[in-house]
Design a protein around this ligand. Structure first.
Ligand code: FNR
Length: 363
């Protein structure tokens, strides 16, 4: 069942890449254009640091798969692309390996093909400390992701129906392992309240994993003969909304869910993310064109991100968090109701301060 589910996820996620339409709230975030903000390209770095982690790029291939022969081949392709581009990579849930070690190779390939890369192991929030250590050991992992996915489990025919143990278990794992621990949603988003709780639990970073891209409630509902959980499609908060919501939570955040191109990466960084992940888009490229196509895509994204930073005057990804942003439409309503000051975002850059001071002096 578990193996069949992994192959179903790949098939249904790719179908979503072909059919997905509707609003993506990244489109409701725009940069204020300052025509003289630009800097020289050699001044731009893509380095990012958060939670004791240093990456040379603020982009990562987020958790997807492993556990079957077919997904082992996918992991090999993802790992080759990660190695060739220096992009960090997360494994899919290692639950399959923890239950059946005979599929170890389908995960281990992530490290074998990418011996010097940054590799993240992924477990669920019911994994024991011992099992979590086994997962980390198999990949010689540099960090741990614990995924939380109540909407997916609810829509999944064979999913969990009890979530009460997750909070104490996350706290236990975070205290026990000696790599940074990232808790991630799988596409329904983390609220400010959840991020605050994660901070209290000793977690080192939160991947907000918001709505807007791959929709796991929809995928699981697609595996139900009656499709009777369609009302859970599009559940939760978008990635942009989560980033805005988490700004005051005091925990480093990563962004994933519905990231389509380098401008979305820049938007997420400007909304406070320390790194930005994507899954479905990269899977699609790999299955269409193999590792070479994914290497080309990742290289282009990094090049275009550096070009955007140059235009926006951001020497580092973190500098983007001082750029002026306008929040539009439904995302603006979300901000109003959640008490987020969009005016402050629109006037936060140094150039705006300078302008303001200059105007003040002139008066
Ligand atoms: C996923 N995702 C995922 N996440 C996780 O934490 N553990 C997992 O095992 C999986 N499995 C998985 C399989 C496939 C085929 C896809 C496409 C995705 C979720 C993923 O990490 C990410 O949170 C969502 O896909 C949203 O990002 P995108 O796809 O919109 O970029």
């Amino acid at each position: 069942m578990s193996a069949q589910r992994k192959d179903d996820h790949v098939r249904l996620a790719i179908e979503q890449q072909d059919t997905r339409s509707g609003i993506n709230q990244f489109d409701e975030v725009s940069f204020v254009h300052h025509a003289l903000a630009g800097i020289d390209r050699p001044q731009v770095s893509l380095d990012t640091t958060f939670a004791g982690i240093s990456w040379q790029v603020p982009l990562y291939i987020n958790a997807m798969t492993g556990g079957t022969a077919k997904t082992g081949v996918i992991n090999r392709g993802l790992a080759i692309a990660a190695r060739e581009t220096g992009v960090p990579i997360a494994s899919g849930s290692m639950h399959a390996y923890l239950k059946d070690p005979t599929c170890a190779d389908t995960f281990r390939v992530l490290r074998q093909e990418n011996p010097h890369g940054f590799v993240i192991a992924n477990v669920n929030a019911t994994a024991s400390v011992d099992d979590t250590r086994r997962a980390l050991d198999l990949l010689e992992a540099d960090a741990l992701q614990i995924h939380v996915n109540t909407a997916q489990e609810t829509a999944m025919p064979e999913g969990d129906r009890s979530f009460g143990s997750w909070v104490p278990q996350i706290e236990k794992i975070a205290a026990a392992v000696d790599v940074p621990v990232i808790v991630k949603e799988v596409g329904n988003g983390l609220s400010r309240e959840t991020v605050l709780l994660l901070r209290q639990l000793g977690v080192h970073a939160a991947d907000v994993g918001g709505r807007g891209g791959t929709d796991f409630a929809r995928i699981e509902n697609g595996r139900r003969p009656l499709g009777d959980y369609a009302f859970l499609h599009d559940w939760g908060q978008s990635t942009a909304a989560c980033l805005l919501d988490a700004q005051s939570a005091g925990l480093p955040v990563l962004a994933s869910g519905g990231v389509r191109h380098p401008l979305d990466v820049a938007r997420a960084l400007a909304l406070g993310a320390s790194g930005v992940g994507a899954s479905g888009v990269f899977l699609r490229t790999l299955l269409d064109g193999g590792p070479e196509a994914l290497i080309e895509q990742l290289t282009n994204w990094l090049d275009q991100l550096a070009a955007l930073q140059t235009m926006l005057g951001a020497r580092t990804p973190a500098d983007l968090a001082s750029n002026d942003l306008i929040i539009h439409g439904t995302l603006r309503s979300f901000c109003t109701d959640r008490g987020i000051d969009t005016g402050r975002l629109a006037r936060r850059s140094r150039s705006a301060d300078t302008l303001h001071n200059a105007t003040g002096k002139a008066q």
